[in-house]
Design a protein around this ligand. Structure first.
Ligand code: NAP
Length: 292
């Protein structure tokens, strides 16, 4: 039994004893008053001394009994000041415990809220990070011709200028053949070469063994460019976000071709047409396609 339970038990016993004594007192009072009535009225004791003295005696006794009653049911009911103080202390202790519990719960909740706000913020930042736009850049002649004998077939100054202006400062991803056709890493760009050859090396370039690795190597760049050739264009055309095409309006003999642009996937969003001039031998157009 805990000390608290013991105390409650003792209090209950005390109350029972008090009530029992009051009850006995009441019984004794009733019997005593009856006795006084008998000796007064039947035995006529004390008539010459004080008329109806038993009534006064009974009343006095009743008065004492009422005092006893008050003591048991009103005064003692609250078990005195000491009892009250103890009850208050217990109550305060109980309140303190529940306050402590509430505090702990609030701490947990605020920690949870802080964590979920952090998660939300992280998610918001992740979502709001600008999406990478992977772009294919290519010059295509009639019949999708790209090149022959691992070389470009034409020289178009406006296209080279456009290529330089567009790709400078960015990652350029190319197949091993195209790299060998160019022969060196292009200045002010990060050159990524894709090859299946695990021992292939090229100074100043990043060499990777798959398209996935190439994209991974350029993931910090918001707009990396896929610059060819035919094999790489074919594998990537429908997974990139944009096509920047220079159409060269002329027919050439070729052995490397650009894949067909599927117009159900790609939508032409801009076109600029140019006529041949002293620096550009053929009519040409700059065309942009974006995913539908
Ligand atoms: N008109 C234009 O805008 C333009 C632009 C670029 C190029 N071109 C022309 O295109 C021609 C070159 O194109 P191409 O198709 O012959 O060669 P490419 O696409 O430049 O390179 C092909 C090589 O890339 C590697 N490769 C391809 N897919 C791969 C993969 N999934 N994983 C790992 N490595 C992979 C292989 O290298 P390994 O053999 O080393 O394994 C493969 O032989 C040339 O004539 C060039 O002048 C034209």
């Amino acid at each position: 039994m805990t000390p608290e339970q013991h105390e409650l038990y003792e209090n209950a016993r005390k109350r029972v004893r008090q009530k029992r004594r009051l009850y006995i007192h009441f019984v004794v009072f009733v019997v005593g008053s009856g006795f006084l009535f008998v000796i007064d009225r039947i035995l006529k004791v004390g008539d010459n001394f004080l008329q109806d003295w038993f009534i006064y005696a009974s009343l006095l006794w009743f008065f004492f009994w009422v005092l006893h009653f008050i003591n048991v049911f009103i005064t003692k009911r609250f078990m005195g000041k000491d009892w009250e103080r103890k009850q208050t202390e217990k109550l305060v202790l109980k309140q303190e415990k529940s306050i402590e519990k509430i505090k702990k719960r609030l701490e947990k909740e605020s920690q949870f809220i802080a964590e979920s706000q952090f998660q939300k913020e992280l998610k918001r930042k992740t979502i709001s990070k600008p999406k990478q736009t992977v772009t294919i850049i290519a010059a295509i002649a009639n019949d999708n011709a790209l090149g022959k004998d691992n070389k470009l077939i034409w020289h178009l100054s406006a296209d080279l200028k456009r290529f330089k202006a567009t790709t400078t400062g960015h990652h350029i991803i190319m197949g091993r053949n195209t790299f060998e056709s160019i022969g060196r890493p292009l200045p002010n760009r990060t050159t990524i070469i894709i090859t299946r050859n695990p021992t292939f090396k090229a100074d100043g370039c990043i060499v990777v063994n798959s398209i996935e690795e190439a994209l991974d190597a350029s993931k910090e760049d918001a707009t990396p460019f896929i610059i060819g050739g035919a094999q790489i264009y074919k594998q990537m055309i429908n997974s990139v976000d944009k096509l920047d095409i220079t159409e060269v309006h002329h027919s050439f003999e070729a052995d490397a071709f650009f894949p067909t642009i599927d117009k159900t996937i790609w939508k032409e969003t801009s076109r600029q047409n140019f006529n041949a001039d002293e620096k550009n031998q053929y009519n040409y157009s700059f065309v942009t396609y974006e995913k539908r």
